[in-house]
Write a protein that binds this ligand. Sequence first.
Ligand code: ADP
Ligand code: MG
Length: 409
Amino acid sequence: MKGSKPWKPFASNCCSVDDKTIFGRRRASQSDVSNNAAPLPLLGRISISDISTSSSNGISEELMQNFCRDLFDFKLSELRYVTQNFGRGFLLGEGGFGKVYKGYLDDNTKGGLKAQAVAVKFLNIEGHQGHREWLAEVIFLGQLRHPNLVKLIGYCCEDEERVVVYEFMPRGSLENHLFKRISNVSLAWSTRLKISIGAAKGLSFLHGAEKPVIYRDFKASNILLDSAYNAKLSDFGLAKLGPQGTDTHVTTRVMGTHGYAAPEYVSTGHLTTSSDIYSFGVVLLELLTGRRTMERTRAGKYDLVDWSKQYLTSNRRLHHIIDPQLSGQYSVVGAKRMANLALQCVSSNPKDRPKMPQIIETLEALQPLGDMAVTCGHWPVSPKTGRNTNSGNNLMKRRESPVFGDHKA
Ligand SMILES: Nc1ncnc2c1ncn2[C@@H]1O[C@H](COP(=O)(O)OP(=O)(O)O)[C@@H](O)[C@H]1O
Ligand SMILES: [Mg+2]
């Protein structure tokens, strides 16, 4: 595995937590599929099940030495200081597991740590599940380093608080850009491609590791963006090591986010790297359409995968569902190929889904395409001027798109 340290064997006296089901970022118990917690850690591998063998709820010396050597151990008072006592103005967002604040480290915060902006994430540790996820985050991100994974700077484990400190990602999450419209400027087609390639490289790194890692929570809110729109994956609380030896899958309780989790994983608890590929396909659909994977509309609740399939399979119909915020400024050929790729990724048969290297190759081949829809006669031509009727920034208004949930094109 390039760029990361080899996995280390690990046995700690860290915590004992039963696997609980988290779905849609809300804690809810679902039918229990068997738990494959290994009784003893396997040499050269680390999994969260390895950590579930003891009783203390802290972070052991052994854990520190083996996995967190490059990480800084923050005191709560230090984090309070850098976030101005967790001031409201410093709140970046709130996910299912807790609040995230922006903080500023100065040269004096910690010896050896340069002045920089950070994101300080608190994990709710109700029922110990948060502790377990915090530990997974620290262990996975403490060991894995890649330009497309968010950098973990340190952690805090004090009393009941479990905190992780990441590098600050100035452009926030892809979710914010696609759905929360944090600025008036929508993501350009080339930027969407760049983000999809960056996120694909992060996922490919995890899947291609000597001991493959299944990320399990690939979604728009976990794709963070730096100032140049380089994508980095964050949130490793649900990450799991892939199947070992002759095993074809990991059996685990169903955890993840509604709309992104692969259907076979939801129904059987069988987890493979293909489950991540399904989620990747869902994010591609979100990038193409500007629509959330699950949306409540006048007509009811709709699933982007089901809804978009009929449009994705038809070159003629595809342009109806392309994000209107792109104002027609996208490559028609590129959109078709991306739609085709997304379709393969969300295939109901995991074996039909492509692997990450193939996905990266396909997406990178779209980057040079310059056949922008507005300039290639994609839109109706005005009989008077002979030019596209749609031009400028308001080419295709959202109301002109098919109604989400309307299965008749
Ligand atoms: N490293 C970071 N840099 C900047 N913003 C961040 C960072 N980590 C998280 N955020 C922001 O905080 C929000 C909440 O994050 P998180 O707790 O991971 O929840 P979720 O992934 O469910 O949205 C994110 O959507 C993002 O906007
Ligand atoms: Mg997140």
